[in-house]
Design a protein. Sequence first.
Length: 156
Amino acid sequence: MAIYARVENGVVVERIDAGEYAICELFAPSFVETMVRVLEGQEVEIGAPISGLPTVAEELPAQQNRVVAQAPIVAEEEPAAALVWRQASLTTTEWLVTRHRDEQDLGRGTSLKPTQYLELLEYRQALRDWPDSALFPALNARPLAPAWLAIKTGEQ
């Protein structure tokens, strides 16, 4: 069981228990960069300066991008229609992100597994990045929803 302290401006703002998971499996890399691993048995006080907290130097494993590389362009649609689809996909998944964050803020268990939440965030980021891709607006280059999400929302 690994305990991490999330730090902002040199102050501990959150204590995170990663359980049996690697921290990079639970959170996006940019979020993990704001954390330090706390020594086992060390108390973590929210609001305490990080300078007073002994930490473990830990090399985090590289996060693999879970977005699958797409095949060459076969069919294209109009860029405007592709952007409408992209926005609809972001809107359709927004409630899942909001619910997960609300559950975390309330200190309750979350409906999504940590890996599902990370996959959801990666999918949403891929949707945001897609218009800048050389493959945009190819139909076969659309970001793919995680399998669990496609089943839940009926998308394929």
